[in-house]
Unconditional design. Structure first.
Length: 385
């Protein structure tokens, strides 16, 4: 369902380069930093379009989910995803611009997700963004999807994280612990050696006959689960280092489902809820232990959590408590900006464009793109795509 974040909800809460929230000082080479920037997110199965106005701090947003389109196939079909992005992007942009008041002429810059993701889906967004930029004679910039997620907590009301911080990026394709020294300067501390956390939620949901995406479904059922009935392992917690692994936990859950089904033919609702609760708690414990380790290892008090899994209520609560115990604080995106959206791309694009970053006109995207290859926006950007 398309939806819109009313400007009044976010107005004034988002740091601009003029303010002191994100950069303590205005970057020395910041040009045209009062801008209206369009964000286009098409890396997977959601078309996210947003308009960020740095003067008012307003963010307008539209989102079209392709969940229903892919549901009959049991997973995302890349070709269908690309075609649907092509059909949806411009009509959504027109809707958004008329809602925000004004046409395409008001756009000062265009940001789009240039990777990582499904290559056809990315190229659909890149082609539209670059063509629009060419026609309007405005700059366009390719944004790293995970940098979009990482900066999304800056769109939350209230306290914003300042660099340096530790970031847990947990989505359907990534589970990474990042040391973010400053904007565009990221070091990898640890990552999953097999499934991503969101992927594990999706696979468990499938095993239990729940819908896609699995995270929200498992989380909803876990609310009615009874603690203590099952005991699943906490993956990788006894191993040194900051890597994650979720495939052993997944196998454990599969075996549990098999033995319960043997006993009772079908799983009753309470058993499903109990499995969901224990699975969710095991994932949350594992992520929390590694985040605590990372904060201690890097001697950094600030923890940022982003990506689809950061919408998880139990995870938010547990990481908030842990960061407080460590004498620091945890920062999250607003709940509706945890999963893929155009707002995070518009904002990440605004920060780079307003700092003077520019790229060539070629239409390109990268299915794989390590976050650690990014550079701060004040350096020339042309080589990273
Ligand atoms: O960031 P995202 O929208 O897309 C990717 O970049 O992958 O993340 C989607 C992932 C899915 O695997 C979904 O199951 C998971 O985030 N997710 C959740 C929750 N909401 C979404 N996982 C756990 N709890 C949630 N509440
Ligand atoms: Zn994502």
């Amino acid at each position: 369902m398309p939806y819109l974040i009313e400007s009044s909800i976010l107005a004034g809460h988002i740091p601009t380069l003029k303010g002191d929230g994100f950069y303590r000082q205005t970057p020395a080479n910041a040009k045209n930093y009062l801008m209206k920037v369009i964000g286009i997110e098409t890396s997977c199965d959601e078309t996210g379009i947003a308009l960020y106005d740095s003067v008012s701090g307003a963010m307008f947003q539209r989102l079209h989910s392709q969940i229903k389109l892919h549901a009959p196939f049991g997973g995302v079909v890349p070709e269908l995803a690309s075609r649907n992005h092509i059909q949806r992007t411009l009509p959504l942009l027109d809707e958004l611009l008329s809602e925000a008041g004004g046409g395409k002429g008001q756009i000062d810059g265009i940001a789009y997700t240039a990777g990582p993701g499904l290559i056809g889906a990315l190229l659909a967004g890149a082609a539209i963004a670059r063509s629009l930029a060419w026609a309007l004679n405005r700059p366009a910039i390719g944004i790293h999807h995970m940098e979009g997620h990482l900066l999304a907590p800056l769109l939350a009301a209230g306290d914003k994280p300042e660099f340096p911080f530790i970031a847990l990026l947990a989505s359907g394709g990534h589970t990474q612990l990042i040391q973010a020294d400053r904007h565009g300067c990221y070091q990898m501390l640890g990552q999953t050696v097999d499934d991503a956390a969101g992927e594990a939620f999706d696979k468990i949901a499938k095993m239990l006959g729940l819908g896609y995406p699995g995270g929200p479904e498992v989380s909803r059922l876990a609310e009615t689960g009874q603690p203590g009935r099952f005991k699943f392992p906490r993956p990788m917690v006894n191993r040194k280092g900051l890597d994650f692994s979720f495939s052993g936990l997944k196998t454990f859950v599969r075996n549990t489902i098999a033995s319960q089904t043997e006993k009772a033919q079908t799983l009753d609702r309470q058993t499903i809820a109990d499995i969901c609760l224990e699975f969710e708690t095991a994932v949350v414990d594992s992520l929390t232990i590694k985040c605590r380790r990372a904060l201690r290892q890097c001697n950094t008090p600030r923890l940022v959590i982003a990506g689809g899994v950061s919408a998880n209520r139990r995870l938010r609560q547990k990481l908030t408590e842990m960061a407080l115990q460590e004498g620091g604080a945890a920062y999250f995106p607003p709940p509706d900006l945890c999963t893929d959206n155009g707002a995070m791309i518009a904002y990440a694009g605004y920060l780079r464009l307003a700092s003077g970053a520019r790229q060539g006109n070629e239409i390109s995207a990268r299915a794989r793109w390590p976050l650690t290859e990014l550079r701060p926006p004040r350096q020339p950007e042309t080589e990273h795509l």
